[in-house]
Design a protein around this ligand. Structure first.
Ligand code: ADP
Ligand code: MG
Length: 708
């Protein structure tokens, strides 16, 4: 019998975590480092030196040859440049392994090729990476060997943020400062810090690598640009939560093991709604750590899939006509002494602090709905939002029956005197235990839903970093807390003032609450009547970043300055234009070189068939071939015209000097031209002999692995 390996035996073995630090660091150094982490202060260089040495020894014992400052530039993915530990060879030709405190704390990658949105000219390409000691270092075991990865923030010579992490850390500090002000003003003397917690559910698709490699569109753009719906899609709803197919199960087991070794508490796994779609959720943790972990989850999914001859698609909409993939960002705010400020308790109507916090969140989200929408904007997500089972591009908040009832009481009488309790579910089976319902029900259609003791922001795209949305959430809520704290600190009776603020916030911002069906057209119209922004596409959402309102807020909260915001807007426009440009070129290539020539061969074949059948047997009925020939030829001609048009508009949009105009033209002209090309080709896929068809079909891709 083979020995059973328990998860607890290897959980976190690849992580330089607290246990390792306690074991390997002198007590004084350990205490100093822990204090730095807890109080989020600067690390003293002497301490860094000792930590670096311990980290190096630990890494080398685990087989590491290199270290890297692991960072998150504004590409949405992570970056790393490996340095080996070896020193210059001695005269005897030997080398020793070195790693100094300076190398741990600071790095200077030549960063001229990362997007900076004009923040840093190429000739002065200095960028610095700085150790984020609040996120533990870890080991990656890859084809290249074992690498010690040090999570870092990346900024320019003049201190501007060039990455996703710097603003995230700033936003966490800002939220901490303002939340503590509120707590102190209300008499709390025990909490020292307030930290946002995040648990990000990650959806993904898995297809066979063999099929993936045959699809140019998947290789270049991550999504299918052509493809007719198969005979079966997701209408049977038999995939969601279905038994996990063996090939996928083996992948999941391997993925879990890798994540657990990295100390990432992968918790739930299941099939999602679309065929070949799945989900993984880890247990929540501190916001910046959760952001790092989510990056590692995405990267691990890709690498493990490769090992299993699969390909993991993280695009928001790999296949038209079935569900896309998102990322649910579960967010709450907790004090270091364990108070979850979003926990309503059994009697929310008596929980003044919770109601104040809730009202501040309503105010924050209402005032900055456009920014929150922007935070979930990425090119792929444009295809997902508002489509099958994805929230619309309109921000609203779902509170559920219990909280809505408390708020209604407050708004009508100025005070609330009861909370609707939990119900009991009668199953009608005497052997089943009584089940209690949750006080908040679920509303899957809401982009921002209260779910018990946290908010779930469901708009984020599956391939996107969760940094952006958490920067926005933390900062807008920090601002609302700051407004409240200004008043509470001055008030003679802070408790009474807190109630007043709560009422005012609820009264002024109740329009952001919507408990109905967010997928319905009626809501789109209702939202418009309420004056809520509806920003369907990424290009519509980018301007939110640089409005005076947003610049003032980010500057006041110390998260972004105007220059940084402008650079981010520019990068977003560039990303949009470049992505659509690549998609358009990929379509032209596939249509021009494969689809159209294929159809030409096929119509030739039909013509030959008509001729040969008629000459062999003049009275034979060739009307079927004739009709197909006419239909295919008409679609062929439509495709060819659409291709020519796509070529023209793509060149024009790309030639546009101004990046905003260019991005807009890609959105307004190129996307419709892409759709116009796709349409006849997808129709042809049904007409042309399958053995002629140049690419694997939707059915081949979505049902091949998942059905075994
Ligand atoms: P569901 O799909 O039902 O929403 P999941 O179990 O898939 O639930 O995911 C819920 C996520 O929310 C998990 O990552 C979980 O750790 C996280 N979560 C739970 N409580 C909190 C909290 N207080 N703050 C942040 N995230 C939380
Ligand atoms: Mg889930």
């Amino acid at each position: 019998m083979s020995e059973t390996v328990r998860i607890s035996d290897y959980f976190g073995v690849d992580l330089f975590n607290d246990t390792v630090m306690r074991e390997r660091l002198p007590k004084k150094i350990y205490v100093d480092l822990k204090r730095t982490i807890r109080e989020r202060t600067e690390l003293n260089p002497a301490t860094a030196e000792v930590v670096a040495n311990a980290m190096k020894d630990w890494a080398i014992e685990h087989g590491a040859t290199h270290y890297t400052h692991w960072f998150q530039p504004m590409t949405g993915v992570t970056a790393e440049k490996h340095d080996s530990f070896i020193s210059a060879p001695t005269p005897e030709g030997k080398t020793i392994m070195e790693f100094s405190g300076k190398e741990l704390i600071k790095g200077e990658p030549d960063a001229s090729s990362f997007p900076s949105g004009g923040l840093r000219a190429t000739f002065e390409a200095r960028g610095y990476t700085a150790w984020d000691c609040t996120s533990p270092a870890f080991l990656k075991h890859d084809g290249v060997g074992t690498i010690l990865c040090i999570p870092t923030a990346f900024c320019s010579y003049t201190g501007e943020a060039l990455d996703m992490k710097t603003p995230l850390l700033r936003s966490m500090e800002s939220l901490d400062t303002q939340a503590i002000r509120v707590l102190r003003a209300l008499g709390n003397t025990t909490s020292h810090t307030v930290i946002p917690s995040v648990g990000a559910e990650q959806e993904y698709f898995l297809i066979s690598r063999e099929n993936y490699l045959k699809r140019k569109d998947l290789i270049y753009t991550g999504r299918t640009l052509f493809g007719a719906m198969p005979s079966k899609g997701q209408e049977m709803e038999d995939h969601y939560f279905g038994s996990i197919p063996e090939a996928i199960g083996v992948f999941m087991a391997d993925l879990n093991e890798r994540l657990w070794k990295l100390g990432i508490p992968a918790k739930t796994q299941h099939n999602e709604a679309a065929p070949a779609q799945h989900e993984l959720a880890p247990i929540y943790t501190e916001c910046n750590v959760a952001t790092d972990q989510n990056q590692l989850i995405m990267e691990s999914m890709k690498k493990i899939a490769y090992k299993h001859n699969l390909t993991c698609l993280l695009h928001e909409k790999p296949f038209n006509g079935v569900n896309g993939s998102g990322k649910h960002n579960n967010w709450s705010i907790t004090t270091d002494d364990g108070i979850n400020l979003l926990n309503p308790g059994k009697k929310p109507h008596e929980n003044d602090l919770f109601l104040l916090v809730l009202s501040c969140i309503l105010k924050a989200v209402d005032e900055h709905a456009d920014l929150l929408r922007f935070s979930a904007a990425d090119v792929g997500n444009d295809h997902r939002l508002g489509m099958q089972e994805a929230p619309p591009a309109i921000i609203s908040i779902f509170l559920g029956e219990q909280l809505q009832d408390v708020i209604n009481q407050l708004l009508t009488t100025g005070a609330a005197d009861h909370s609707i309790g939990r119900g009991v579910i009668q199953t009608g089976v005497s052997t089943l235990p009584d089940l209690f319902t949750d006080a908040t029900d679920r509303n899957r259609t809401s982009p921002f839903a209260f779910t018990g003791n946290k908010f779930e922001f469901r708009m984020v795209g599956s391939s996107d970093s969760i940094a952006d949305c958490n920067v926005v959430l933390n900062t807008i809520v920090a601002e609302a807390f700051s407004d409240a704290a200004d008043r509470l600190e001055k008030a003679e009776n802070p408790e009474e003032e807190a109630k007043k603020i709560t009422l005012e916030n609820l009264r002024d911002h109740q329009r952001i609450i919507f408990n109905g069906d967010g997928y319905s057209q009626a809501w789109v119209e209702e939202a418009e009547r309420r004056g809520l922004p509806n920003l369907p596409s990424m290009v519509d959402a980018i301007p939110s970043l640089t409005t005076e309102k947003s610049v003032a807020m980010f500057e006041k909260m110390g998260v972004f300055n105007r220059t940084e915001l402008e650079s981010r807007a520019e990068i977003s426009y560039e990303t949009y234009a470049k992505t659509i440009n690549i998609e358009a070129h990929t379509m032209m290539n596939m249509a021009g070189k494969k689809y159209i020539p294929t159809v030409i061969r096929y119509v030739g074949e039909l013509g030959n068939s008509i001729n040969s059948v008629t000459s062999a047997c003049p009275e034979a009925d060739v009307s079927a071939q004739r009709e197909m020939l006419i239909e295919c030829s008409a679609l062929l001609s439509e495709a060819r015209k659409a291709l020519k048009h796509l070529e023209t508009v793509t060149l024009e949009a790309a030639a546009e000097k101004d990046i905003v105009h260019s991005a807009r033209r890609f959105h307004d002209e190129v996307i419709p031209a892409m759709n116009a090309l796709r349409s006849p080709i997808d129709k042809l896929e049904f007409l042309v002999d399958k053995s002629y068809w140049p690419y694997p079909s939707y059915g081949d891709m979505m049902f091949q692995v998942g059905s075994k």
